[in-house]
Design a binder for this molecule. Structure first.
Ligand code: SF4
Length: 365
């Protein structure tokens, strides 16, 4: 009797195991098919919840609701007919497929990569990372660019605006704290159209406009009420240096100064919330270069005189010669401790109180 029961139990167990195996292989197969690659599908079972406070509403949502975001996107799209999105003002007809100085091909959108980035400023990174989207090509084209494969050589893949919207939503689901567009200027119309789609589909992360700082005032005015965080470089004080290292962009200092004032007007001082995350404000980056070619001291003086003393300023120490920098002996080395410290000390003397000075420990003496 006992033997018969054991045989029955073993049989039941076997049937149960077979059913479980069949279930898991069919569902596992379906799940695998839907699991996204890096370039992103939408269905993920291991999603984190979005890293956003329920009290926070990004600037662009209101404009999306009223339809103005779509209108502004359309207005910028028309600019492509005689493109003057950036200070190069090439005037090429991108709607007809022409290519200007930045090398963005017609209306085509190329994206190099997107991911949660943990190397950005701490208040943008938090625990979930900054949801960074690297756009191909660039209108400034510095000779020392560390991302030259993306900015100069145009590495990236053609993507639709809907796909760009999906990337934003995927980064949100993965727990990023913001959507961080790197080098966005020449794709502004595409970005606004994609943002309108993403907002419709539930995006509510702040937008970071991560730029070289060479931004036309009239284009920034279109972004008023759309961008939450401006993250511009202030690269050069001297127009001769700007022209020399950035493909003739001698007007860089003048344009960058106007741009920083407008950005500050729109979003004000960047202040972290209780969790240390910044969701709105101006965050300036300045890269200290060898032999004072970037005019760091003058730039600190200008910031102290023209912007609030608690403006967030990241004084960056990580310059290293890249791309064609070795063609210019004066910028073909890293900076010294002394070069970096003198800029930081000057900024402190000037009364700037919100300095990000991480990263100097590894500098050589
Ligand atoms: S975005 Fe490109 S095509 Fe348009 S003005 Fe600038 S460099 Fe020229």
């Amino acid at each position: 009797m006992r033997l018969i029961l054991d045989i029955k139990s073993a049989g039941k167990l076997l049937i149960l195991l077979m059913m479980l195996t069949a279930y898991s292989s069919s569902h596992g197969g379906e799940f695998s098919a839907r699991r996204p690659t890096h370039e992103g599908g939408n269905e993920m079972s291991d999603e984190k919840s979005a890293a956003i406070s329920p009290d926070f509403e990004p600037a662009y949502l209101e404009l999306h609701r009223t339809g103005e975001l779509a209108e502004r996107a359309e207005k910028l799209w028309k600019v492509l007919e005689a493109c003057n999105l950036c200070p190069r003002e090439c005037g090429v007809n991108r709607l007809e497929g022409e290519t200007g100085f930045c090398q963005a091909r017609g209306t085509r959108l190329d994206i190099a990569s997107y991911h949660a980035h943990f190397g950005e400023e701490k208040p943008l990174v938090g625990r979930g990372g900054s949801g960074t989207i690297f756009l191909s090509h660039c209108g400034l084209r510095c000779v020392f660019c560390q991302n030259w494969e993306v900015s100069h050589s145009g590495r990236g893949q053609r993507r639709s605006k809907k796909r760009l919207a999906d990337m934003m939503l995927q980064l949100q689901r993965r727990g990023a704290h913001n959507i961080n567009f790197v080098t966005p200027t020449h794709y502004l119309p595409h970005i606004l159209k994609a943002l309108d789609i993403a907002a419709q589909d539930g995006l509510r992360l702040p937008i970071v406009y991560n730029t070289c700082g060479w931004e036309k005032l009239e284009m920034l005015q279109v972004l008023d009420g759309i961008v939450d965080i401006y993250l511009p470089d202030f690269k050069y004080w001297d127009s001769e240096m700007a022209a020399k290292y950035s493909a003739g962009a001698g007007c860089y200092p003048k344009i960058a100064k106007q741009a920083l004032i407008e950005m500050n007007r729109q979003v004000g001082v960047a202040k972290p919330a209780s969790d240390g995350i910044i969701s709105r404000g101006l965050m300036i980056r300045h890269l200290v270069m060898p032999n004072s070619v970037s005019g760091s001291v003058e730039i600190m003086e200008w910031i102290a005189e023209n912007l609030p003393s608690d403006t967030y300023v990241n004084i960056m120490a990580q310059y290293r010669p890249a791309y064609r920098a070795y063609d210019y002996p004066e910028i073909s080395r890293m900076i010294s401790n002394e070069e970096y410290r003198s800029v930081v000390n000057k900024a402190r003397e000037l009364g700037l109180t919100n300095l990000d000075v991480r990263g100097s420990w590894w500098l050589r003496d």
